[in-house]
Design a protein around this ligand. Sequence first.
Ligand code: ATP
Length: 366
Amino acid sequence: MTAQTTTTTAPAVEIEGISKSFDGHLAVHPLDLEIRENEFFSILGPSGCGKTTLMRMITGFETPTSGRVRLGGADVTDVPTRNRDLNMLFQSYALFPHLTVFDNVVFELRVRRVPRAEADRRAHEALELVKLSHLGDRKPDQLSGGQRQRVALARAVVSGPKVVLLDEPLGALDQQLRKEMQYELKRMQREVGITFIYVTHDQEEALTMSDRIAVMSEGIVQQVAGPEDIYNRPETRFVAGFIGSCNLLDVTVRAGSAGEEVEAVLDGVGVLPGVLAEDVPLERPATLLLRPERIEVRRDGEGVPGVVETLTFLGEEWHVHLAIDARTMVKVSLPSLVKERDLPGLATGERLLMRWRPEDARIVVR
Ligand code: ATP
């Protein structure tokens, strides 16, 4: 038998009842959040949802209207930013133009009067981490956008802060570079073992990089979970609609408890199978959340009938819109392989039958 050690790490950040209002308007509703040590944690939401304000309360740039912030167990709510054990990385890299790459990275350590030999060693390590050791003598204007971003990151981690907060840091990069940097950022975070809090409006970015994601809308944290749970088990209509493509069908459900299989009534059409994602105390209007790739379509057998309205070829799959009735359209993603094999000659106007596993159709009342 091998000996087992259990390590319990303190949360890196604890947020308790924090809120922010500007001129009587709540930009961030009271919320609790725990961000773990060494976690890649994203705050995801559309423009204006309050993510930057939340981040600024963690850094200390913004004073919360209510609530407390703890870093590594210590209450820092009234501690100024410079005395909090964290660092920030923004889209505008804010490198010193007259300093070399190396001097940019070592700068903070010099300010903190870290002994020269140790400071140099740590700066070299940070440059190695971002794979820029060979460019230490360059000036920022002799670097590409991606390289400048790496220097900024080396600078953010060189002093070994507990937490690094990144506010849409890849926004200025082109699509290709963005993708590369997403993997790189994740790798670097793993390597340095620092908690990253990543603010973004880009759902794909959040899904690919994060250990966990907090999805925000209108100042409210809608769900906090890992990428797979956020995608496959959304808890609100907003989360389902914001992350990926999802059918949001207006239905009515009878009372039941979370996890229970029920028949949701689609007005004027009939019943659709699904599973309650939460307790429902009374018969209520609700939303049935159904991903297009979870629906199987056939020419015969059982299922919910729909008429093909549009067929769009996307290479590996087809996007099919099926009209259940005049008001209700359902998006289906049909793998090209399946269409060729099972539905040869499929055309608009044809009637198909849709089926899905009840557990793939989550019903929420929020
Ligand atoms: P974006 O992605 O566009 O940066 P965001 O999700 O980061 O948006 P916040 O910048 O946190 O959103 O803003 C949340 C809300 O608070 C917005 O309605 C914004 O107008 C408001 N707000 C933010 N800062 C202030 C301020 N200093 N004074 C007044 N209102 C503010």
